[in-house]
Design a protein around this ligand. Structure first.
Ligand code: AQP
Length: 331
């Protein structure tokens, strides 16, 4: 809590072009909290460098991600929108929390295991301690709820463990956060391999639908989506590809799986894939229009970043000072 308001924090890495997985699992849920919560939405550039980034692309994507936040409905007047590296308290608290995080806990994180397998030539210490930085991001703002996709649940649970450990050692210091995982859209799968999460860093661009893809591209990608040799559109254990397309269609249209099955009874996969592509492209069109408008005004985005960092720093420093006092630093 901050004052009489509950707090929401979440972030997205500017590590690639944002996908409909990022949109459905995270971004589109953020604005639900704007009115009643004190909200902090951060472009987490410090997390992004745990994997090698091309500097010019990282810089460009930081602006783009911020513009997408706003295009997805986050009004900078009502939400604190900022860039992680602009608020040094994230790095400071992260170091302190590293000393309250166990090696074994970090070794169990599935994202670390996945990313170290994918980037075997660069298993750096930052990749290993990524969840501690994420705990610092969340705990700095006395966050109550963290809206994320299901892949981030384990990291939020670690943040809870670290908060409890610290509170027990030094008395109540951090709010213990809850992950909020919306059932619909919590894990959108790759179109090329529906057993794998759709990720912005996937090298196969046909496996991924980006928020900024144009309508033709979106429809083409859905047409090529891997399904199965059956012909029926129904949700079933053995039908990962169709299940994923049904989830995406349900997210964009609000229809239940039962309604989708009835709508496509007796119709083929081709018809269904086209309908998914059209629903997705139509839903994204207003986001894209707003995004293009925002991106042409770099000065405006810089102003949002600056104001957001000032506001975030104010709250972050309060927590950090409290932490430093408790652990015995001279301040
Ligand atoms: N496929 C997905 N389905 C639902 N939610 C997803 N999220 C990511 N992919 C999906 C959610 O998006 C938020 C931001 O994610 P992130 O940028 O912090 O990192 P990530 O989870 O590692 O996302 P990516 O797209 O897979 O990025 P890369 O390829 O760089 O690792 C989070 O709330 C996440 O749950």
């Amino acid at each position: 809590m901050l004052g009489d308001k509950k707090v929401t924090f979440s972030g997205v890495q500017p590590s690639g072009n944002l996908t409909i997985g990022n949109y459905l699992g995270a971004l589109r849920n953020f604005s639900k909290y704007s009115e009643e919560f004190q909200t902090f939405y951060c472009v987490v550039d410090m997390h992004a460098i745990t994997v090698r980034q091309i500097p010019a692309e990282l810089r460009r994507r930081t602006y783009e991600t911020l513009a997408l936040y706003i295009a997805c409905g986050l009004d900078p007047e009502k939400n604190c929108l900022y860039v992680q590296s602009h608020v040094p308290a994230h790095a400071e608290l992260s170091w302190i929390l590293n000393c309250y995080t166990m090696f074994g806990e970090l070794g169990r994180m599935t994202q670390f295991k996945d990313k170290s397998a994918k980037h075997a030539d660069n298993i750096n210490a930052g990749l290993f301690t990524y969840p501690t930085l994420m705990a610092a991001d969340i705990l700095l703002y006395q966050t109550d709820v963290v809206p994320v996709g299901i892949d981030q649940k384990q990291h939020v649970e670690l943040a809870r463990n670290i908060a409890n450990r610290f509170n027990q050692a030094y008395s109540e210091t951090f709010t213990v956060p809850e992950p909020i995982i919306e059932k619909s859209g919590m894990k959108i799968m790759s179109l090329a391999d529906p057993t794998k999460k759709m990720s912005k860093s996937d090298e196969n661009t046909n496996a991924v639908v980006y928020i900024l893809d144009d309508k033709d591209t979106i429809i083409r990608k859905f047409k090529r989506a891997v399904t199965d040799s059956d012909t029926e559109i129904r949700y079933a254990e053995s039908k990962d590809g169709i299940n994923n397309l049904m989830s995406i269609y349900s997210c964009f249209t609000g229809k239940s799986f039962g309604e989708i099955e009835a709508e496509f009874a007796g119709r083929g996969y081709g018809d269904f894939k086209l309908a998914v592509g059209e629903a997705c492209a139509d839903a994204l069109a207003p986001v894209q229009a707003k995004y293009n408008e925002l991106l042409s005004d770099k000065a405006y985005l810089e102003n949002v970043m600056k104001n957001g960092a000032e506001q975030a720093s104010y709250f972050a420093r309060k927590t950090l000072t409290k932490v430093k006092k408790k652990i015995g630093f001279v301040i």
